[in-house]
Design a protein around this ligand. Structure first.
Ligand code: ABU
Length: 517
């Protein structure tokens, strides 16, 4: 298959079909070929974006791994010794998008990060074109200052004073949470940086049963051990129970461990639950523990006057994870760790590599922020966020967040009124997660008990499999604790409207009836 056969922009493709990569810039007189190549690519991207937002187009064109590996209609993943021409590369770009998942589609409900913000996309292009690292002011002066501005903005939204607050962008929420454990440990036991584990007593971390797996992973990665993580019980809505936290702290102590860190979640991955932050902060203060808030998902709510009250007490955290690539819709990836104590990130992580962080540079080297990071090379994640903030203002983010929560509310009330669906918990969700079972008639007629649970456990995976084969919508499912597989619908795509919520329920019902008739 060639681009000429497939592309809606075939009249342009013949311009480049005989050219190779070496004809592009920096080749002498390479501007024309480069321009045609990039324009044709832009046409492909525009067609893809329009299709992604077209409700009658599919969310995905599913193929099994072996089918993609074997190659489809001229799309081969194999690499060869001879170079392909530019036309083939464009076809490859087009096919890569064709066989991927349209996460910008209004009916993609599968993940916490959805949608495609055009300004954010432009930001990502500019970032890639600048193609710089962000360890020093020397090579990223504008981006480093933008980071500074955004951190100040986030600190003030959280409620930290101007004298407080620091931060660093990192690749995803798991890494942000890893930083929080690293910092807390260094704060209490600074010798660990040089002396390692020998400088430590046996430690304990506390987090809720509904919290993200990254807390356990951090304990494993940092040599503390996943068994040192105490999982604190939650109520039926997935919120940590403060009394249980206190009792887990005492249990850890009675086992000879030294608790030092509590993770409170603002927006759990499955239920979207927000832990009682003030109560947890009181306990942390009383026991002298580091309080981290994993607001990877819930941080966006801080931008809404209507919803920010739900995170009351977040200003008392020692550190906070916040993922603008989730609720704020910034293109992946965009995640920060925010730290209340200024200077701690630098102290904990700096190694002063002399080839990068020379102290005798001719500018203010406090702007060489890269040594705060555990990475060396770091992708510039700031620009798309900064540009989006410019384009929307804080008010634009606020209405985006409100819109997503209105969609969740709409789905919640729809489900409440239906006999063929059952909410996993009855009260209105705090975030945009709505968790529910679809009940085929056969299951609805069964008495509660293990047999019904066994049947119900299989419903969501069966429907999801058919849903992916047909490709018109996508939603996630999982079991949780003693709850058998249920659907989790999440809203973060501003393009999603109530008609898409209706469509999702119609699709689940249609597929369910086909499977269980
Ligand atoms: N880091 C949590 C992302 C999970 C999700 O998108 O469903």
């Amino acid at each position: 298959a060639t681009l000429t056969e497939k592309s809606p922009y075939k009249h342009q493709s013949n311009v480049i079909c005989s050219f190779l990569r070496l004809d592009l810039l920096p080749a002498k007189n390479g501007e024309e070929v480069t321009k045609h190549f990039l324009q044709e690519l832009l046409n492909i991207l525009l067609a893809y974006i329009s299709k992604s937002l077209n409700r009658s187009s599919k969310v995905l064109d599913f193929h099994h791994p072996h089918q993609l590996k074997e190659g489809l209609e001229g799309f081969s993943l194999e690499l060869q010794d001879q170079p392909d021409n530019l036309e083939q590369l464009l076809v490859d770009c087009q096919d890569t998008l064709k066989y991927g998942v349209k996460t910008a589609h209004p009916c993609f409900f599968n993940q916490l990060s959805t949608g495609l913000d055009i300004i954010g996309l432009a930001g990502e292009w500019v970032t890639s074109t600048a193609n710089t690292n962000i360890f020093t002011y020397e090579i990223a002066p504008v981006f480093i200052l933008m980071e500074d501005i955004i951190f100040k903005k986030m600190h003030s939204i959280i409620g930290w004073s101007e004298k407080e607050g620091d931060g660093i962008f990192c690749p995803g929420g798991t890494m942000s949470n890893l930083y929080s454990v690293l910092l807390a440990r260094y704060h209490f036991f600074p010798r660990v940086k040089t002396a390692g584990m020998l400088a430590l007593p046996p430690l304990a971390l506390l987090t809720s049963t509904h919290s993200h797996f990254s807390i356990k992973k951090s304990a494993a990665v940092l040599g503390i051990g996943s068994e040192s993580v105490f999982l604190v019980k939650c109520d039926e809505r997935g919120k940590m129970i403060p009394k249980e936290l206190e009792s887990s702290i005492r249990t850890a102590k009675s086992k000879g461990l030294v608790p030092f860190y509590v993770n409170a979640t603002a927006g759990t991955t499955v239920y979207g639950a927000i832990d009682p932050l003030n109560d947890i902060a009181d306990i942390c203060e009383r026991f002298g523990l580091w309080m981290h808030v994993d607001a990877a998902w819930g941080g966006g709510l801080l931008l809404s006057k209507r919803h920010r009250m739900k995170l009351q007490g977040i200003d008392r955290a020692s550190s906070i994870t916040w993922n603008p690539h989730k609720m704020m819709g910034v293109p992946l990836q965009c995640s920060v760790i925010l730290v209340q104590k200024k200077g701690l990130l630098q102290e904990c992580n700096q190694l002063c590599a002399e080839y990068l962080f020379q102290p005798d540079k001719h500018y203010d080297v406090s702007y060489d922020t890269g040594d705060k990071s555990i990475q060396c090379g770091r992708h510039v994640d700031i620009f798309k966020l900064w540009l989006m903030w410019k384009a929307k203002g804080s008010e634009g983010f606020e209405s985006q967040v409100n819109h997503c929560l209105e969609n969740a509310e709409y789905l919640y009330y729809k489900l409440k009124s239906r006999k063929d669906f059952q909410l996993v918990f009855q009260s209105q969700p705090e975030h945009s997660n709505v968790c529910f079972w679809y009940l085929p008639t056969s299951v609805r007629n069964m008495p509660p008990g293990p047999e019904r649970d066994r049947e119900l456990h299989m419903v969501a995976p069966k429907i999801k499999a058919k849903m992916m084969e047909e490709g018109m919508t996508m939603i996630g499912y999982q079991p949780l604790g003693d709850k058998v597989n249920f659907f989790r619908c999440v809203f973060s795509n501003p393009a999603t409207q109530k008609e898409d919520v209706d469509f999702l329920l119609d699709e689940i019902t249609r597929l369910g009836r086909e499977l269980y008739s």
